[in-house]
Design a protein around this ligand. Sequence first.
Ligand code: HEC
Length: 280
Amino acid sequence: MKTLKTKGILFLSLAISSLIIQSCGGVPEDTSISAPSDKAFAVAEVLTLIAEENDITRTLYTKGIVGAGKKQGLKFDEDWQDDEIEAGPLPALFLRGISSDIRKSDVPLGLYLGSDFPINASNKFQGKQAELFEKIKSTEKPQHFYEEDQKLYTSMFADLAVAAPCVNCHNDHKNTTKTDWKLGDVMGATTWQYPSDSLSVKEAIGVINAYRNGTKAIYNAYLEEIAGFKIDSTKPQIGDKWPSKGFYLPTAEVFIDSVRQLASYKSLELLLGSKSVASN
Ligand code: HEC
């Protein structure tokens, strides 16, 4: 059993490295995977994959950092970047941090978190997205469509109240437009956009990396904020431990590694699946 498992892991690692090498142009003779014209994935497939990784990141941050951290005395605030406020980003602002970092990259991927009863009025869905959000609320199923006005392929995914802090904070917030959110409610949706209907393996990897770099950037911005806290006793120890174990925070690498471990198998399946699509 053990050798089978080891072989499996070895095979998977080889498969990943070869995909990475090929998609980075390391094997120029072999154009079956890396040719720019080789559109291996439908855009909805890639946006679904990245939305799943985002769910993992968001839940890990909300439960593992915000939920557990609050019990250790860490604070989270919408004005977390103000000098006088010693706090970390709320989950929605963590997501916005990822989204603005992606916008700065050269990957044309858009990410937006909206709702029909938002705390922040600028997060209210408009037009076609508002219409399709009604469907998402009743079915909890994603919606994939072409947004004519912006000329963007768009996928929307339900954003669920997965943890008690989601519900409590929103119900009690001074700017809330709804006070009876319950656990499990569809509180909003993440909207993802991309300008073309299909992606090559290289472009798909680009999307995954842009998202992960965004996570790293906002998480590091949070750690930098902590470094600036005035009183040393309010700074958690940063290393390989999580707040569930005490007054600790994981480093960006430890945080991203956990996301990667939870998400990679699906990413790999999609990329491996593409090999047969690409060579057909
Ligand atoms: C401690 C407070 C707090 C927690 C916890 C929290 N939120 Fe929010 N959330 C906010 C605030 C404040 C905003 C508005 C941020 C902004 O200015 O865009 C927001 C924004 C949102 C939005 C965009 C629409 C809107 O209300 O502006 C959604 C959807 C959302 N949160 C869902 C969730 C979910 C789901 C969770 C749990 C996984 C969660 N929130 C956890 C405070 C919180």
